[in-house]
Write a protein that binds this ligand. Structure first.
Ligand SMILES: [Zn+2]
Length: 472
């Protein structure tokens, strides 16, 4: 994620949105009886203390199969979600996250299940208990007018945002639930299949690669996409509209797909070329590209931000410059392939992607990383010194400190351990945790192991103290 217009930072943050956890659905288990229980209710939250209602407990999703149809004129979405999951406890009931929309039916392993709604929680009670470690499949048929969200920090609107010609879909931090039922938290990653039916002439863009040529019948076109690598829900997209497309491969052979709204037609070749060049360059710095395709999408919805949607970063209503493309493509390693387990650690995404912007600046013969670092360090009264970036706050998640001071942490680390250890650390980090979830503690441990240095003082000063470090 990167914010390009200061105005979006001024959006008021609201929290809660009337969310009420279902009775007995508190995180951490609900059973208080004396007899041993083998089956119980899955928690209504996945256990992130800063976002207690996000995600759910008791299971792990392996795959989402989403069959979607959207009519931009009527703003109506019809969906069938097939969710393959594995229980991590016995389950008498479990939750999914879903915001708005009407649920018609829910089945578990083909058998109709009872369900109820409360806030953004969809509680499903299967006919028979699901055993611990058992795989199960949930089918949810649903529909209605998707509505975007406006909360969780300084983001403005996010989620499924209807546009004149389709939809602009960017879901960080928790807006996937505006268009499909999900375990909507980055701690649960899954592969995705998308089948999206839209009026003929509308392009439907999703993550990964197309599995077949778009099929048109009766004035409607169906687009099918597959992201076979694990993906967090907030990186999923179904962006729809009129787009000019360019497809090919990067110089190193990675499939490259660019799409721009006709308003940005003049940018198509540049977005395509830069996305390819930068993906190839990061592959030499961070290690092999983790996914099967790269690219970028420019839509005319004036979001004022970009999001690193897996394999297809999206730029909302502006012509992206090389630095923002470098930022979003660095996220493919840091944020997308390696995902945070809790939002507090967001600097592991944004600090790294911001640091990548500085590396790109130096690589292209503009400002050096060192000069950029020193310029920020000299700004003694910058508000970021009061905001410890290692403790990203739910009510101000995308604070500049998480980005800039997060990136400065990496430069302070590099100066302490030297270039050889630093870049080996980045590549080892990206390789060891490929497609997984990570925490700051794991990064600190690896940095100490690779460098052979005691680094807790450095990380404490840069990540956790509400003041400007005295030195680096
Ligand atoms: Zn970012």
């Amino acid at each position: 994620m990167s914010v390009t217009l200061a105005s979006t930072l001024a959006c008021a943050a609201t929290t809660g949105g009337g969310v009420v956890p279902p009775a007995g659905g508190a995180p951490g288990g609900t059973v208080a009886s004396h007899a041993p229980n083998t089956s119980t209710a899955g928690a209504a939250g996945i256990g992130d203390p800063d976002f207690p209602h996000d995600g759910n407990g008791g299971y792990d999703v392996r795959h989402y199969g989403l069959k979607l149809a959207y009519d931009p004129a009527a703003k109506h979405l019809n969906g069938v979600a097939l969710i393959d999951a594995t229980a991590s406890q016995g389950l008498s009931r479990f939750n999914l996250d879903l915001s708005g929309l009407k649920v018609d039916t829910v089945k578990v392993d083909g058998t109709p299940a009872r369900f109820s709604r409360s806030g953004t929680e969809l509680t499903v009670s299967p006919e028979t208990l699901i055993k611990d470690k058992a795989p199960f499949q949930v089918e949810v048929r649903y529909g209605g007018e998707p509505k975007p969200m406006r909360d969780s920090g300084n983001l403005g609107l996010y989620g499924f945002i209807p546009t004149a010609d389709g939809a602009f879909v960017t879901c960080e931090p928790n807006g996937a639930k505006t268009w499909f039922p999900a375990n909507d938290h980055p701690a649960d990653k899954a592969s995705f299949d998308f089948s999206i039916t839209v009026p003929q002439g509308v392009t439907a863009l999703a993550n990964g690669e197309m599995t077949a040529k778009p099929q048109t019948a009766d004035g409607k076109t169906t687009w099918t996409w597959r992201e076979k690598h694990p993906m967090v829900t907030y990186l999923a997209t179904m962006t729809l509209g009129k787009f000019d497309l360019r497809e090919g491969k990067t110089a190193s052979g990675i499939p490259n797909f660019a799409a721009v709204d006709p308003k940005y037609r003049a940018s198509l070749d540049r977005v395509y070329r830069l996305s390819g060049e930068i993906t190839d360059y990061w592959s030499t710095v961070f290690g092999p590209y983790p996914f099967s395709s790269t690219g970028g999408v420019v839509d005319d919805y004036a979001a004022g931000y970009a999001l690193e949607n897996q394999t297809k970063p999206i730029y909302g209503g502006f012509d992206p410059d090389q630095d923002i493309i470098a930022h979003e493509l660095a996220h493919q390693w840091f944020g997308d392939s390696l995902s945070i387990s809790r939002w507090k650690d967001l600097w592991l995404n944004e600090g790294f992607a911001t640091y990548a912007e500085w590396l790109w600046s130096e690589h292209t013969g503009r400002g050096t990383v060192d000069s950029i670092f020193k310029r920020h360090y000299a700004a003694k009264s910058d508000p970021m010194w009061k905001y410890p970036p290692g403790k990203a706050r739910a009510d101000d998640l995308f604070n500049n400190s998480v980005y800039t001071r997060g990136a400065m942490t990496l430069q302070a680390l590099r100066q302490r351990i030297g270039d050889e250890a630093f870049f080996r650390l980045l590549r080892t980090w990206a390789d060891q945790h490929k497609y997984g979830n990570v925490t700051t503690d794991e990064f600190v441990t690896l940095a100490e192991k690779i460098s052979g240095k005691q680094l807790d003082g450095l990380f404490d000063a840069w990540l956790y103290q509400p003041r400007r470090p005295e030195s680096w």
